[in-house]
Design a protein around this ligand. Structure first.
Ligand SMILES: O=C(CO)[C@H](O)[C@H](O)COP(=O)(O)O
Length: 222
């Protein structure tokens, strides 16, 4: 059963004619963008803004009309994946490295619908290493400050190269193990000079659509 796909396609049911839609990033958001592409071909009228170069290219290839922030007054709904979702619907995001644009788009949206498979549901955030986007200049000093907050930080590498985000920054994956107070940690991280933002999305979503192995789909609302 493609658990990511069923959750993604259910979330697309919320998209109506005339809406401005934020497009998430990752393997779950991929299915939402695919479904939106088919609906656009069938006549759905939407305008979209993407959270990564990857999602923008996918949407363009599918014929989804794309606009920039300046051409869009408000984003009605953004559909995006997550790496962990806790019982308060707080999230860890950024496994795919797009957390900054994802947070900017989510913060500008009337509604963020999160789509996950059941493996992403956790009691408490922090088993998944928290991605933190940092400025390359002086990154060694910034990483030291991150470790002072009690995590094991790892500068993200892909194919033996330091990973660079769509914004030209680095990602540090911070293993905290157990995040007791997500809002406090979020604030502490973003106070470190050199940190651009982090993958904690606290109280940003009120609806999470979950796909299960047996083909069931549930929706959690706050
Ligand atoms: O935050 C993200 C990208 O920055 C993704 O939404 C998150 O990593 C989940 O990815 P996937 O749907 O591939 O499991």
């Amino acid at each position: 059963m493609d658990t990511k796909r069923i959750a993604a396609e259910r979330a697309v049911d919320y998209i109506q004619n005339g809406m401005n839609v934020g497009l998430g990033t990752g393997s779950t958001a991929y299915w939402a963008i695919q479904k939106l592409g088919s609906k656009v071909k069938e006549g759905l009228r939407i305008k979209a803004i993407a959270t990564s170069v990857q999602s923008e290219e996918l949407a363009r290839n599918l014929g989804i009309p794309l606009v920039s922030f300046s051409e869009m007054n408000e984003i009605d709904i953004t559909i995006d994946g997550a790496d962990e979702v806790d019982q308060e619907l707080n999230l860890i995001k950024g496994g795919g490295g797009a957390l900054l644009r994802e947070k900017i788009v989510a913060a500008a949206s009337k509604q963020l619908i999160v789509i996950v498979d059941e493996s992403k549901l956790v009691k408490r955030l922090g088993t998944f290493p928290l991605p933190v986007e940092i400025i390359p200049f002086g990154h060694e000093a910034t990483i030291k400050k991150l470790s002072d907050l009690g995590c094991v930080p790892r500068l993200r590498q892909v194919d033996n190269e330091t990973y660079v985000t769509d914004n030209g920054n680095y990602i540090v994956d911070c293993h905290f193990g157990n995040i007791e107070a997500p809002q406090d940690l979020h604030n502490q991280l973003n106070l470190i000079t050199g940190v651009v933002d982090n993958g904690l999305f606290v109280k940003m979503t009120r609806r999470v659509v979950v796909g299960y192995q047996d083909g069931e789909i549930s929706e959690f609302e706050k």
